[in-house]
Structure formats: C-alpha cells, structure tokens
Design a protein around this ligand. Structure first.
Ligand SMILES: Nc1nc2c(ncn2[C@@H]2O[C@H](COP(=O)(O)OP(=O)(O)OP(=O)(O)O)[C@@H](O)[C@H]2O)c(=O)[nH]1
Ligand SMILES: [Mg+2]
Ligand SMILES: [Zn+2]
Length: 276
C-alpha cells in the first residue's frame, strides 16, 4: 500500500498510509543495498503483511536541514529577538527554497519582545520581501497561516528557539508540542525538538523540525545569484557575480536604492562564506 513517511526514529519509520492509518515500518535490506536512505516526506510503497518499505518514489525535492523530502512550502520562522532577527538567515533560506522549487513563507515571532523602533526596522525589511512576492505573516496571524496548510506539505524551519513548535501549537492546540525556554545555552545545540515529524493539521501535513545554530548550503558558488529574483537583471557581463564589478547592473540598482544595500551585503557575505 502507498504511504508517506511522517517520522523516523532510529530504525522505525512511521508511515501514514493512504487508508489514513499510521503504522511503524522498517526498511528492506534491498533499499539499503541500493543506497536508498528514506527520509521524512518520502512517498513509499509498504508491504503491509510484513510492515516493510519496499520502494521509495522519486523525490520532487530534498532538503538537508531540516532533513525532509517532497515539500510544497517552507515556513521560515524568524524571531524578532532572542534569537535575533536576521535577514542573512532569511536570505539563505530563500535561496534554498528557490533552488528546490519550494514556496517560501516568512513567519515573524516574538514581536511582543521588542520596542516600537525595532518593530519599524523589521517592518522595513519585511516590506522588501513582500515586494519580492514573498508572503509574510506574524505568528499571531493564525488564521492566515492555517489557510496555507490546506492540501500542502509544509516544513517549518528556523533557528532553535525561534518559536517553531510554539507556532504549531498556536495553529492546533491539540498538538501539545514541547517548547523550550530560550536559555544561555542557545546556539550550543540545545534543541527542544529532536525529530523531524510531519503532523496532520487542517487538511495538510506540516513538519515540526529541530532548529540549528548554523546553516550550510550545497550550491555551486556561481549559481547562487540565480536564486535572487531581484538580481535577475540585464547585467553587462553574462558571468558577472554582481559582487563589485565595474558597470554591474545590480550594483547600479543598489546605488539607485532599487535594491537595498543590506540585501546585497548579505549576498556578498554569503559568497565569501562559500569560498572558505
Ligand atoms: N514572547 C514570546 N515568546 C515566544 C514566542 N514564540 C515562542 N516563544 C517562546 O520561545 C521559546 C522557544 O520556543 P519553541 O517553540 O520551543 O522554539 P523552537 O523553534 O521550536 O525551538 P527548537 O525546537 O529548539 O528548534 C519558548 O519559551 C516559547 O514560549 C512569541 O511570539 N513571543
Ligand atoms: Mg521546537
Ligand atoms: Zn553584475
């Protein structure tokens, strides 16, 4: 019977079958021999006599962090404070989403913890993302976020302590997901959520995931610019990396305030990081 892996804990692969039951399965030795490593989100065929996964369908997309496949939308959960708001991280996630054909959605949390001045600053960044046709919500806008779930498979991503599990609890109080205190250990790998798990909510599947403290991307350095829709300009040089080249169209747009400097700074920082 067909199904979808919703959680993996050690050797146990929890599968939601098409008849709406959930069973614990194991993988067949044959899959391991073929070097197929099933992940959460994989569509699989299960032999329900032996509860083993026989085959794994070809993936539409695949993310490494969180480790999950076949995602329609990526909810980028970004805290306003503790951990600090970071357009650098948002921009990285947007690259990951674009490169995997996943619709990104930004959800901002913890605006109750910041001053009006800080709120306005964040709003300025969000305005630009909206201009790029990216949906942006605050975590209190539960009804709008809930609507995104219908018929979709969604992964929630963001730093540890950004409020991913809290957001899911807001969306569906019956989930009772464990949430953690943001302590001094933040950034040292103290995660409240330990496993990636797809949960059935509002006619869709949404994955709570463990946060992280740093994020790597496996994309060729020269390709990164292709995932910045605002950098898709008629640059004088076809191979231009839009870093500081003379006459570069992207640089021109920054000087005209059409592309914000922070967006380009993030890009340059990102390119530097990849070089290392
Ligand atoms: N003040 C405030 N606190 C929040 C908000 N959202 C979440 N929190 C708190 O932030 C802390 C961390 O929230 P979690 O939901 O556990 O964060 P997480 O992203 O799931 O963290 P990991 O599972 O470790 O990746 C908890 O103490 C929450 O109560 C918010 O909007 N405002
Ligand atoms: Mg969590
Ligand atoms: Zn250029």
């Amino acid at each position: 019977m067909n199904g979808k892996i919703i959680c993996i804990n050690a050797a146990i692969h929890k599968v939601l079958l098409e008849n709406n039951t959930i069973i614990d399965t194991k993988t067949r030795g044959k899959l391991r021999n073929e070097n197929i490593n099933p992940v959460v989100g994989d569509n699989v065929f299960v032999d329900i006599k032996t509860n083993t996964i026989e085959t794994v369908e070809k993936r539409k997309n695949y993310l490494e962090r969180p480790l999950i496949a076949n995602i329609d939308k990526l909810l980028i959960v970004m805290s306003s404070s503790i951990p600090a708001f970071s357009t650098y991280l948002i921009d990285k996630f947007l690259v990951i989403a674009n490169c995997n054909n996943i619709e990104p959605i930004i959800v901002v949390t913890k605006t109750d913890m910041i001053s009006l001045k800080e709120k306005l600053e964040i709003k300025k960044y969000l305005k630009y993302y909206k201009k790029l046709n990216i949906k942006v919500y605050y975590n209190k806008e539960v009804r709008k976020i809930k609507k995104e779930l219908k018929d979709s498979v969604i992964a929630v991503c963001g730093q540890t302590g950004s409020g991913k599990s809290s957001l899911l609890n807001r969306i569906d109080a019956s989930l009772h997901l464990k949430t953690g205190e943001v302590s001094m250990s933040l950034g040292r790998g103290k995660h409240t959520t330990r496993l990636v798990e797809l949960l059935e909510v509002n006619g869709g599947l949404i994955a709570d995931t463990p946060g992280f403290s740093s994020l790597d991307i496996n994309i060729d350095r020269k390709e990164i610019k292709n995932y910045y829709p605002d950098f898709k300009l008629d640059c004088k040089y076809k191979t231009c990396l839009h870093i500081k080249e003379d006459g570069c169209e992207v640089i021109k747009q920054i000087n005209k305030n059409k592309i914000p400097k922070w967006r380009h700074d993030n890009y340059v920082k990102f390119m530097e990081e990849i070089k290392k």
